[in-house]
Design a protein around this ligand. Structure first.
Ligand SMILES: NC(=O)c1ccc[n+]([C@@H]2O[C@H](COP(=O)([O-])OP(=O)(O)OC[C@H]3O[C@@H](n4cnc5c(N)ncnc54)[C@H](OP(=O)(O)O)[C@@H]3O)[C@@H](O)[C@H]2O)c1
Length: 249
């Protein structure tokens, strides 16, 4: 089944910046309705000023009640909703030898893992009624081999990839396509400004993702993430050593 870029109603979590916004801009340009969700109202308003046709909703995907309200609200106001992009995420450096309050750890797990799993489940009954629908999960090359100084982040992405494979399998033959976008390091503010300046240019990455979505690819890995997604166990061990050596960190 081909995912058309036009004529959709697309909800993008974490849509006010970075990869989410870049994808939203392209869906809009292709002729889809775009709804951006995120926590910071100033960032959402900035996105809306640049693209007045976009809808914005303040919502924290790390909070179960807000997730329930988000899907209730969006499906009531935009009954044509047929694409959910689970993009919101945070990345924290964490030295496991220095324990932190578990609330901080749990919040990363809630945003990166509970959020997209719960939102997928909440949206599914609505999406199943559409002729064509999609759930798009934004995972990471780190789902295949962790970067040890972002241990919880890497674990949440590996778990999201696993969930995505199961979801796709369970939804085979249904109107809901399950698509995984697997970015490498991309130049965004993930982890805080300056932490991803070495990554792939955001606009080039987003152009490639949309081109491949349009071609019907369901697993869209890019650059290093493509290499990691196709690597043998032996190659993955070598990548892990390289990435986590003092020079690679
Ligand atoms: N950039 C990379 O190198 C890279 C690589 C692999 C995967 N990814 C993945 O790509 C996705 C997008 O990240 P990005 O690189 O575009 O970074 P980004 O610019 O920091 O975007 C993340 C977005 O998520 C939103 N967000 C964070 N916590 C949220 C919450 N609790 N509820 C709702 N929205 C929340 C943020 O806005 P608010 O803070 O205002 O909520 C922000 O707009 C993430 O899932 C990330 O893990 C990125």
């Amino acid at each position: 089944m081909l995912m058309q870029l036009k004529g959709n109603t697309v909800l993008i979590t974490g849509g006010a910046s970075g990869i989410g916004l870049a994808i939203g801009q392209r869906f809009l340009a292709a002729g889809s309705k775009v709804i951006l969700a995120g926590r910071r109202l100033d960032k959402l308003s900035e996105a809306r000023s640049a693209h007045p046709e976009m809808e914005i909703i303040q919502s924290d995907v790390g909070d179960a009640n807000q997730r329930i309200r988000l899907i209730e609200d969006v499906t009531a106001r935009f009954p044509d909703l047929n694409v959910l992009v689970n993009n919101a995420g945070i990345q924290r450096r964490l030295d496991l030898t220095r324990p932190e309050p578990f609330d901080a750890t749990r919040s990363e797990i809630s945003i990166n893992l509970e959020g997209p799993i719960h939102l997928s489940m909440l949206a599914l009954p609505h999406l199943m009624k559409k002729k064509k629908a999609a759930i798009v999960q934004v995972t990471s090359g780190l789902a295949f081999t962790p970067l040890a100084f972002v241990p919880v982040y890497s674990a949440t992405k590996a778990a999201m990839r696993s969930f995505t494979l199961s979801l796709r399998h369970q939804l085979r033959g249904s109107p809901v396509e399950v698509i995984e976008i697997i970015p490498p390091a991309v130049q965004t503010d993930l982890g805080g400004p300056g932490h991803h300046d070495f990554g792939a240019p955001l606009q080039e990455f987003a152009d490639d993702v949309m081109r491949r979505l349009d071609q019907g690819e369901t697993e869209i890995a890019y650059g290093f993430a493509m290499q990691a997604s196709k690597a043998s166990r032996q190659d993955l061990d070598a990548i892990f050593q390289r990435m986590n050596s003092p020079a690679g960190s």
